[in-house]
Design a protein around this ligand. Sequence first.
Ligand code: NAD
Ligand code: TYD
Length: 352
Amino acid sequence: MMKKTILITGGAGFIGSHVVRRFLKNYQQYDIVNLDMLTYAGNLENLRDIEDSPNYKFIRGDITDTLFIEKLFDQHPFDAVIHLAAESHVDRSISGPMPFITTNITGTVNLLEAARKRWQDNPGSGPFHHISTDEVYGSLGEEGLFTEESAYDPRSPYSASKASSDHMVRAWFHTWNMPVVISNCSNNYGPNQFPEKLIPLVINNIKAGQPLPVYGKGENIRDWLYVEDHAAAIDMIFHSGKKGETYNVGGNNQWRNIDLVRQLCGIMDRKLGRPAGTSEKLVCFVKDRAGHDQRYAIDNTKISSRLGWKPSVSFEQGLERTVDWYLANEKWISGVIGGNYKSYYKSQYLDR
Ligand code: NAD
Ligand code: TYD
């Protein structure tokens, strides 16, 4: 395989850290540059084990800074981009949408422009792989799945900003023939996920004896995928995806939130040696999220039939691994929240 210099943005975040690790492990011929601003969600602890790899470099920087991005592309011979940097949490997009607009939209356009200028005289370059979400398709009712042909219908500031960035990426393909690929993935879970998202939040709250806030009636449905399976899909799409095309990625694994929370309660009771039913007493139904999308679910026929990808980690295995990781990494948790989990939890969630 060819030598390449690949820019990975958002590599210090949850999914990005798994992608950086996978690429360093599987492709020694690649030079990997990880560009990350280290917002609250970015954490170099996620990459401690690989930070001294000879073909890896970390650069701290902001993708919304146009001049900085231009200079970065002048200084490094990037052949390809895997773009994960984003503001990623729906609740934060409701309480403060502006960083979602600047990072997710302007930041993406800055990268597209810099890559276009660099690659226009070099037909071998690319791809620009844009990492997106199934939330761009809106919300499903009782029936059906999102396919690559589903109409865009984003409904939160987060999903609207990601939809906008997807449209920008397609516009650079159609207008300038930029070699782009897009992937739209369902909800990820696993090690390194910031404990504001449902699964790590529930694990940590059970451990800290804090309430488990279930929005509304807990009947909303998400389609969960273990993060390393997403990284494997990104690897395949990056190397074999058809330019200009979109691939949906999902685990065929739909769960109602309340059932998932109860499942985690059972696992935690067992792991912590508590009597069955102890953790479930912490479940607490709270005010629903504004505009809460009812159901997301992915039809992954395209990526499985055309590229041969399928998830390799069952939900049972993935949840066990994830719980074990959070139980073993207390220092990581206090590092990312800046101290005491109980007081962090109170400031973030008790006023819902
Ligand atoms: P995350 O919030 O854990 O990480 C985002 C990373 O981007 C952080 O390291 C942060 O420091 C960095 N970042 C934020 N703003 C930046 C800026 N202006 N300049 C440079 N770096 C910046 O997110 P994640 O869950 O790992 O998601 C990664 C990508 O995958 C996002 O694009 C997200 O939309 C997409 N995605 C996430 C999921 C999911 O379930 N988490 C599912 C599908 C798609
Ligand atoms: P989340 O992990 O924020 O991902 P997304 O909103 O991108 O799907 O939430 C997953 C589901 O869990 C979603 O339906 C909202 C719900 N939820 C709760 O019920 N309680 C919580 O504390 C959180 C964070 C989410």
